[in-house]
Design a protein around this ligand. Structure first.
Ligand code: COA
Length: 260
């Protein structure tokens, strides 16, 4: 039977993606990249899933980065041409309308941290260690790390991390804005699932537009971002759910969203 490097579960509007190669600290090989690309491509059109949680199997790592064993042979030109045809799964994550939460325990290094950086919200366990360690292998981050890290922690901190390959512990990651929350190890998945649930219970179209406004706007000049926000906010005024939200408030009851 072929090794399945990623597990996927979905329940009540929350999908959980588990990197599942614990023997090698969930190191990312080509099979795992392909599986993630398929999953995120499918999720883009899956209205049944409201929120996504990603995590690593086992107790030691979210993901220890690219599978270094795949570096032992120099790639051929054919390999590069094939690789150029592939879409980066992280680009597919950007196109997902669902918020994506990373639940990080243990190591999140190299491509593992880049995966977490492509998520929308990061929760770390107290034992987490995060770093872009590629420089130690004579390479640089190639999965968006040099672009997404400075946008989160600023130019100086990003360069300090990328040039030294240092590992940042959870408490420091929280201080510099690399993660949004730190929780005890035992609370990691409950906290991630509770946050996912809290988000999934909101009105579906508003959720989608909120992410689009923030993520889309970050890549735009301020005036264009404000315009995008305005367009999306105006569109939301046409939904049934907006009327339902107001009615539920007045009637002092929980709203029943229909996604229309
Ligand atoms: N690729 C392939 N295998 C990896 C791996 C990776 N990125 N990271 C860990 N592993 C494997 C180890 O080879 C080891 O396998 P083995 O038991 O068959 O020897 C197993 O996972 C456990 O790792 P180990 O190194 O024994 O654990 P440790 O506690 O001593 O160290 C790390 C943990 C994360 C510090 C260390 O494994 C490490 O530095 N990994 C590489 C991280 C990295 O540079 N990632 C970026 C790649 S671009």
């Amino acid at each position: 039977m072929t090794e399945q490097p990623v597990r996927y579960e979905a329940k009540d509007g929350v999908a959980t993606i588990i990197l599942d190669r614990p023997d090698v600290l969930n190191a990312m090989n080509d099979l795992m990249r392909t599986a993630l690309l398929e999953i995120f491509t499918r999720l883009r059109t899956d209205d049944g899933v409201k929120v996504v949680v990603v995590t690593g199997a086992g107790e030691r790592a979210f993901c220890a980065g690219a599978d270094i064993r795949e570096f032992l042979e120099l790639p051929t030109p054919t390999h590069f041409r094939e690789a150029r045809k592939r879409i980066d799964f992280r680009a597919e994550m950007e196109r997902c309308s669902q918020p994506i939460i990373a639940a990080i325990r243990g190591f999140a290094l190299g491509g593992g941290l880049e995966f977490a950086l492509a998520c929308d919200i990061r929760i770390a366990a107290e034992d987490a260690q995060l770093g872009l360690t590629e420089i130690n292998l004579a390479i640089i981050p190639g999965g968006g790390g040099t672009q997404r890290l400075p946008r989160l922690v600023g130019r100086g901190k990003a360069l300090e991390m990328i040039l030294t390959g240092m590992r940042v512990p959870a408490a420091e990651a929280l201080r510099i804005g690399l993660v949004e929350r730190v929780v005890p190890v035992a609370d990691l998945m409950p906290a991630a699932q509770a946050l996912a649930r809290q988000i999934a219970d909101k009105a579906p179209i508003a959720l989608r537009y909120a992410k689009e406004a923030v993520v889309g706007g970050l890549g735009l000049p301020l005036a264009d971002g404000i315009r995008l926000e305005n367009d999306l906010a105006t569109l939301l005024r046409t939904t049934e759910d907006r009327v339902e939200g107001a009615k539920a408030f007045v009637e002092k009851r929980k709203p029943k969203w229909t996604g229309t």
